[in-house]
Design a protein around this ligand. Structure first.
Ligand SMILES: Cc1cc2nc3c(=O)[nH]c(=O)nc-3n(C[C@H](O)[C@H](O)[C@H](O)COP(=O)(O)OP(=O)(O)OC[C@H]3O[C@@H](n4cnc5c(N)ncnc54)[C@H](O)[C@@H]3O)c2cc1C
Length: 394
């Protein structure tokens, strides 16, 4: 990597990763660890400052699509080993994920997913309503038919994971620059030649787009279509729970999710973290908190976990889901612009896939066959009329 003038930004790099969230830092780590020289990661704000720091931190292998199951399981293994590689404490809790099922259709679909998960080495299982209420006593067992559970799922700190990958990448020789905005990508004859930034030009033959909700714009600079739109999502953090509610939501409760409404809650220190999708939300970068979801949220709590209505709210935040037309990620290399690789559009489950995506993009960059076949996740699938079906999306 050659040095530029006064700004300190390298004048050239072998590969430029755009975006310093969990995906970009994981990619930079896996590339540098594999011995790739000249890895440069550019982040316009601070590391994890995009969607990653807004995530609920949920990690799981309970999906219905085999690729998502494989990516989730590989990543779970990496999270479990994170204090050794890359070497960072990430506050991993594994009390499981518990999906509450209210209709026969849901039970049937989750049973089919569990059969597939079991065949791939994920020890998920069906629980009775009574067993589910044994794990999260706030559930009214009369209100559900059954629940799907995987004890190895859980949650951990998105900021720590990102910092861990960034530190590991630096240790292996990667350069990470924050506060640098990419403003364009230069191509010639269908090949990447450079990246323009607000701090000068970097010559490079490879760009990897890990720009989260901003990825559509980044891809357009390279003449590539990646249909990713931002969608506001909100999270509430409760006040510390009083003793009576501690019994309803014990410290070891699983991440508990109502499959029908997507209302979810897990313990966050002395309180709870809660969220839900809101059907009335329109795409766009909207960073202000909105009360529009309140009626839907209250209805879902009433139906599913009524004790949540007694919890006091201490604070809240807003983040962006990076949504694709079929709510599944875009992963691959452009078929039109050589050496433009991308990993984006995770539609709300990108944190948990971060470790496996770093491995996959490393292998694609190095012209190796990735252990997980992500070819169905190509960004070209929509133009070809293909969509992926994933049922377990929150
Ligand atoms: C409320 C909420 C809850 C969530 N809960 C979960 C969960 O429990 N589990 C889970 O797996 N996922 C969850 N997610 C989704 C998860 O946060 C994302 O899928 C994941 O963080 C995506 O990571 P990323 O690195 O692709 O994107 P980001 O973290 O957004 O990183 C992209 C980065 O690119 C940078 N960037 C963009 N354009 C440029 C440019 N031109 N130049 C330089 N830098 C640029 C941005 O500043 C940003 O930091 C949640 C998301 C939200 C909003």
């Amino acid at each position: 990597m050659s040095r530029a003038g006064s700004s300190g930004l390298p004048g050239s790099a072998r590969v430029v990763v755009i975006g310093g969230g969990v995906i970009g830092t994981s990619i930079a780590f896996h590339l540098a660890e594999a011995g790739v020289d000249g890895v440069l990661l550019l982040e316009q704000g601070s590391l994890a400052g995009g969607s990653t720091s807004k995530a609920a931190g949920g990690v799981r292998a309970q999906f219905s699509d085999p690729v998502n199951i494989a990516l989730g399981l590989r990543s779970l293994r990496a999270f479990e080993d994170f204090d050794r590689r890359p070497g960072q404490q990430i506050d991993l809790h594994q009390p499981g994920y518990l999906f509450l099922l209210r209709t026969e259709d849901e039970v049937e679909a989750y049973q089919a997913s569990i059969r597939l998960q079991n065949s791939m080495g994920v020890a998920s299982r069906m629980l009775s309503a009574k067993q589910a209420a044994g794990l999260t006593p706030a559930i009214d067992p009369g209100s559900i038919l059954a629940a799907a559970f995987h004890a190895r799922d859980g949650y951990c700190s998105p900021e720590s994971v990102t910092q861990g990958y960034a530190s590991g990448a630096r240790r292996h020789g990667a350069t990470i620059r924050t506060g640098v905005t990419v403003t364009g990508i230069d191509t010639r004859g269908g090949e990447v030649t450079g990246v323009r930034t607000d701090d000068g030009l970097v010559r490079t033959g490879t760009v990897i787009c890990a720009a989260g909700a901003w990825s559509m714009q980044v891809a357009q600079w390279a003449g590539v279509t990646l249909p990713v739109v931002p969608l506001r999502r909100q999270i509430l953090i409760s006040e510390p729970l009083p003793a009576a509610l501690e019994k309803e939501f014990p410290a070891r409760m699983p991440m508990t999710i109502d499959a029908g409404t997507t209302l979810y809650a897990h313990r966050e220190g002395p309180g709870l973290l809660m969220g839900m999708s809101y059907a009335g939300e329109e795409p766009g970068f909207r960073w202000d908190y909105s009360d529009a979801w309140t009626d839907d949220l209250t209805d879902a709590m009433q139906r599913c976990l009524p004790a949540l209505l007694d919890v006091g709210i201490a604070h809240r935040w807003v983040g962006m889901y990076e949504v694709t037309p079929d709510h599944n990620a875009l992963i691959g290399e452009s078929s039109t612009t050589s050496r433009f690789l991308y990993a984006c559009g995770f539609s709300g489950h990108g944190f948990l896939q971060g470790p496996a995506i770093g491995e996959v993009i490393r292998d694609l960059f190095m012209h190796r066959t990735p252990d997980v076949d992500v070819s169905a996740f190509t960004g070209d699938r929509f133009a070809a009329g293909n969509r992926l079906m994933e049922r377990n999306i929150v």
